[in-house]
Design a protein around this ligand. Structure first.
Ligand code: FES
Length: 120
């Protein structure tokens, strides 16, 4: 049994933080040009620059959706500076995968969208 794979499939089938956010949340959408999949991230920052709430919607493969689900869980309560410092290796650690070239764009789409939202 492959625990990492099971974990990815669990997040894909039961995504955490899936949905929109009410109020004045920042919303940013991006797509993966190679497949057309897209993701929208909603982020609500506190006055001190902490992630108060974050959610996502979108369609994509198991890796992109699991990455979004895990990342939204992981960044809640962190500062935007901490989140902007996250890189490919952090996503690999969360997913438990060494990303192949074919999967990098899928796995990093949510992180890139989160970073874009924080730069708004
Ligand atoms: Fe589209 Fe992975 S195949 S995001």
């Amino acid at each position: 049994m492959d625990l990492y794979r099971d974990n990815i499939l669990d997040h894909f089938r039961n995504p955490r933080n899936y949905g929109t956010l009410a109020g004045s949340a920042t919303r940013v959408s991006q797509n993966n040009p190679s497949c057309g999949d897209s993701i929208t991230i909603n982020i609500d920052l506190s006055q001190k620059g902490k992630i108060r709430a974050v959610s996502f919607t979108g369609t994509g493969c198991a890796v992109s959706m699991a990455s979004a689900s895990m990342l939204t869980e992981f960044i809640k309560g962190k500062t935007s500076t901490e989140v902007l410092a996250l890189q490919k290796e952090d996503v690999e650690r969360l997913l438990g995968l060494k990303l192949t070239l074919a999967r990098i764009k899928c796995a990093l789409l949510p992180l890139e969208t989160i970073h874009q939202a924080l730069h708004k």
